[in-house]
Design a protein. Structure first.
Length: 321
């Protein structure tokens, strides 16, 4: 598989954590994993770049580095209330027009909005900045809760650590679920976090808060092979199906059935990549009962067939370590 080139565009004063989110996922060489990404950092004015951490970093590449990028990452922007440099805006627009995927972590969404890349599209940013983003850019459909939004050509993430969630999601889309899971395992991270960012907006209470879906989500994840329904989830949670549906909408933004199907499709992806099990056996193992049902659900969710997905990702996926 061709190596995917990721270029992070840094802006003074640069947040070291948001930059590290992208660098850790795309730039670190890991034992046992084939190299699928090249990572580079660039700036409008190469040289010493001040950071929020109290030290400067040396950036050697200029905006021309974006010309060869497959993905451009904006790892936060600490001055979202100021006009962006015309040269930076022009470089972002040219990269996007050329076909580069453009990704904003946290406050980086403000820069994409200034470049017009988020007009009439859903986007997110840190929950504390969501109202400001919506007020300053009324053409952007701001979602203040979700951890990340990916349109294929443009993607945005919620605050700070949600940049890791977005970057792992992009690896999953590029390289398959098994490869992304091994990257996450090396990082001691979950491959995918449930819920939105508003659960982090207030100091977390001890244990699961009242009404939290976490216990029932954990219970279901261990029983995907069983013929569970939304009513089974409601019974396990000790609430009515209507109450459960309301909690799913509030906490995850989807219905119980949609969430359950998504988990089953993700489990099927991993089995297609990591095993030689026939499609019929995978369908049973993930609770979709038959190969026909799995094919129909898989195609509706991913616009491809299980066989085509396995052919695309199994050959380059590393074996389990």
């Amino acid at each position: 598989m061709a190596v995917h080139r990721v270029v992070a565009l840094v802006l003074p004063p640069q947040s070291t954590f948001e930059l590290a989110c992208a660098a850790e996922v795309f730039g670190v060489r890991r034992p046992g994993l084939p190299v699928r990404y090249e990572f580079e950092v660039c700036a409008e004015h190469p040289g010493q770049m001040p950071t929020l951490a109290g030290y400067d970093m040396a950036v050697t590449a200029g905006l021309a580095a974006l010309d060869a990028a497959d993905t451009v990452v904006i790892p936060g922007w600490q001055r979202p209330d100021t006009p962006a440099s015309p040269a930076v805006v022009r470089a972002l627009r040219l990269a996007h027009r050329r076909g580069a995927r453009t990704v904003a972590i946290c406050s980086g969404a403000f820069l994409l909005a200034q470049a017009g890349l988020l007009d009439h599209r859903r986007a997110t940013t840190h929950w504390r900045m969501a109202a400001e983003l919506a007020a300053r850019f009324p053409d952007v459909q701001v979602d203040p809760d979700t951890l990340y939004i990916d349109h294929g050509d443009v993607a945005t993430s919620a605050g700070t650590a949600a940049g890791i969630d977005l970057c792992l999601h992009l690896v999953r889309a590029d390289q398959g679920a098994a490869y992304a899971a091994q990257v996450a395992r090396h990082m001691v991270m979950p491959p995918h976090r449930e819920g939105g960012q508003l659960q982090y907006a207030a100091p977390p209470p001890t244990g699961h808060p009242p009404g939290s879906l976490a216990p029932v989500l954990d219970w279901v994840t261990e029983r995907l092979h069983e013929p569970l329904s939304a009513d089974d989830l409601a019974s396990r949670a000790g609430v009515s199906p209507r109450t459960l549906a309301r909690r799913f909408a509030e906490q995850l933004g989807v219905s119980p059935g949609q969430w359950l199907l998504g988990k089953r499709i993700a489990a099927a992806q991993a089995l297609l990549e990591e095993t030689d099990l026939p499609v019929e056996a995978i369908a049973v193992r993930v609770g979709l009962s038959s190969a026909t049902n799995l094919r129909r659900r898989f195609h509706r969710a991913l616009r491809t067939t299980p066989t085509a997905y396995r052919r695309a990702f199994r050959g380059g996926a590393p074996s389990s370590q």
